[in-house]
Design a protein around this ligand. Sequence first.
Ligand code: FMN
Length: 264
Amino acid sequence: METLNLIYYSPTGTTQKIVKKIAEELKLKLLKEYSLTSKLIDFNPEFSNNCLTIIGLPVYGGRLPLETAKKLKKLQAKNAKVVIVVVYGNRAYEDSLLELKDIVTNCGFKIIAAAAFIGEHSYSTKDKAIAAGRPDEFDLIKCTDFAHRIQTKINDLKDEEEVLDLDIPGNFPYKERATLTELNAPVTDETKCNNCGICVDVCPTNAIEMNQFIITNKELCTRCCACVKNCPTGARVFENPSINSLRERLYSICSDRKEPEFFV
Ligand SMILES: Cc1cc2nc3c(=O)[nH]c(=O)nc-3n(C[C@H](O)[C@H](O)[C@H](O)COP(=O)(O)O)c2cc1C
């Protein structure tokens, strides 16, 4: 194994941090990095026998983000090796890792290893902190451990046939996707907004437009919180009471620290 492809979707940056740390520790030559968060991406990866791919996605409602899952389903991996990672906000990853396993297997990847890591919850705030600051230094040490286990497994493989099926937790049929309609999109508090346009740039789905005011298209918005977490003045907020009660619920049920899990 000589080179590495890195593919991730990471609106609030935690998945990116984790997969990049794993990649760094693997010490393979980075061939290409595909951030599916970017609107400008030309996503046409090529796979070969001597190239390992890492795919990392956040967990949304116990599943994978829908549009990203659709993009991945089109890949043709021709038996290339892959490491799959999901990152969740300390509640649960439910069927997401199994869903990712099934997608990459159908694309023709051979799975070397899988993991579920924890990242600060997209809906975490200063007052209601949920997995705040994660991945932290301990998580990053786990990234190093995981990379070492991947290296050992690759070095021990004698031929392709030895890549055995991994037992990944989750159920099929997968959990129903949550409908977004009841949860309104973030809005801009005009008294705090300085029209810097960062929210427009970081929105992965082009849901935000800046004219005289900032307008958010609720149909396109996936509630990923990229705009909320990246706004330098705290002007992007959820006014919706259902998000506040969801955050309240998560805050009370997700306070016990969960640890990364590896499947190798
Ligand atoms: C729409 C949405 C749904 C989410 N659903 C879950 C979930 O089911 N379980 C969980 O533990 N975290 C959930 N999260 C939290 C994210 O998985 C978590 O914050 C992750 O670290 C975000 O990744 P990113 O920083 O790469 O965007 C959800 C976040 C969003 C925006």
